[in-house]
Design a protein around this ligand. Sequence first.
Ligand SMILES: [Zn+2]
Length: 216
Amino acid sequence: MDIIIEYKDKKNSSATLRNGTLIVRISSRITNANQQVHIASLTKRFQHHQEQHKAAPLIHNESYNFYGLKTLTLKIEESASSRTSIKIDAHQLIIKKAHSQTDSDLRAKIAKKITNHLENDLIHYVYAISEATLNHDPEDVYFKNLKSRWGHCHYHYESITLSTKLAWVPKSHFNYVIIHELCHLIHPNHSAKYWQLVKTYCPNYLKLRKELVKWQ
Ligand SMILES: [Zn+2]
C-alpha cells in the first residue's frame, strides 16, 4: 500500500484510502514525536482493515458455489497471452489467467460470466422468492456490475437491479438482498415500516446485512 503524508493546519489527524493509496493527513499543530505516533497508528489501522476485507485468493481445483445455485470446480491455468479467458462447462470453470490479472478483477470477471450463464435461472429464482414472500412481482429484474452496492430498486419503474458480485455470497445472503430490494417496491425508503417488512420475510436480516461486508 502506497502512503502519502500531508501536513494540515487542523486539530485532528485523519486518513482516507484513494485508489489503493493511503492519504494520511497529520495535524501540523502537534509535536514531531506525536506526528510520528499518529502516522504509525493510522497506517496500522488501515492495513488491518485492508487485511480483513481482502478477498480470499481463488484456489485451483476447489469447488465454488455461485449464487447458491450452481457449484463449479475452478481450473486455473496461467495464460500465455495478456488476456484472461473464462469458459464454463457442465462442472468446471476453466480460467486461463493473464499474468497481470488481479484477484479482485478476476472475481468480477468470473461473476459476470457466471451471471450471463445462469441468467434465466437467476431471474426465475428472484420471481420465486417474490412469490414466496411479498407476492408483489417486479416489472423487471436486472443483474449488473454495481460498484458500491448490492442492489438497487427503481421504485417508479417497479424494477430491481442486483449486483453480479452476489455470485460469491452464500444463498442466505443472496436471499436477503433480493428481499431487501423487493421490499423497496412497497417502501422506497429505509423507514421503520420498511425494515419491519424486511424482518417479516427475513427475520435474521441484521446478521446477514452485517456479514455481507465480507464480500464487498
Ligand atoms: Zn435499501
